[in-house]
Design a protein around this ligand. Structure first.
Ligand code: HEM
Length: 211
């Protein structure tokens, strides 16, 4: 049997955690329009805290021979998040406890470990280019057509082609089996941190739910 590509292994090894993220109560209520607009604003505020650190790391890692090829100006989300937050009147909302753990983890691994940076980069940006587009359509339908620039990737060409190139870059990176295992483990951590952020958001904003 042909050896499994790394991009396929990452996806396969993390699909259970992806399903848990996708099924977060908060996201379910967001896409059906059951949340108050303040719930959406709170999510954008958490994203703002998270991408501030992730994109600070990207600025450092863009010169790294292994992580650098994953960094792309067209992915940068911080200016869009700032614009969306201004419009939603959400600037200044503090990070939740889960967001603080997430940003601490980003600080711990993304500035010095190229594979760890790629694990976190992959989890957010490939998600934003996939399920994120579905979330955006629902938010535009139920809440706001304008404060969704976070989901509009204008500088990368076709999202499907971009994701295919991204997966090829994962397959081409010079990581041995041990490093690949560590990266998959870090993607699992990244998913869990996202689930925790969504759980905090659900506790605060989802109707009739503990999480
Ligand atoms: C409503 C919630 C969500 C839906 C409906 C959804 C749906 C999807 C779909 C259909 C794909 C496959 C796209 C493709 O093959 O091109 C995908 C991929 C992905 N999603 Fe989600 N997703 C959701 C939430 C999330 C969350 C919260 C995260 C993590 C922050 C996430 C991270 C990812 C990643 C990293 C991929 C790429 C997997 C790969 O091909 O390697 N998703 N999502």
């Amino acid at each position: 049997m042909a050896e499994e590509l790394f991009s396929a292994a990452v996806r396969r090894s993390t699909e259970g955690r992806h399903r848990d993220a996708e099924q977060a109560v908060f996201l379910g209520q967001l896409v059906t329009g059951a949340l108050p607009l303040a719930g959406y604003a709170a999510m954008v505020a958490q994203h703002h805290h998270i991408y501030s650190v992730l994109e600070e790391a990207a600025a450092v890692m863009r010169d790294d021979p292994v992580a650098g090829p994953f960094v792309h100006d067209g992915l940068t989300r911080l200016p869009a998040l700032e614009a969306d937050l201004r419009e939603l009147d959400g600037a200044g909302l503090p990070p939740s406890p889960a967001t603080q753990r997430y940003t601490q983890r980003l600080r711990d691994v993304c500035f010095t470990w190229p594979g760890g940076f790629v694990a976190h980069h992959y989890t957010r940006y490939l998600g934003d280019l996939s399920g994120g587009q579905y979330i955006a359509a629902a938010v535009r339908r139920h809440y706001t057509t304008s404060a969704t620039s976070f989901y509009a990737f204008d500088g990368i060409g076709s999202p499907a082609a971009f994701k295919a190139r991204y997966r090829s870059a994962l397959d081409a990176a010079p990581w041995d089996q041990e490093e690949r295992r560590r990266i998959v483990d870090e993607v699992l951590v990244a998913y869990q941190l996202n689930i925790d952020v969504l759980t905090d958001l659900g506790r605060e904003h989802a109707a009739g739910q503990a999480a």
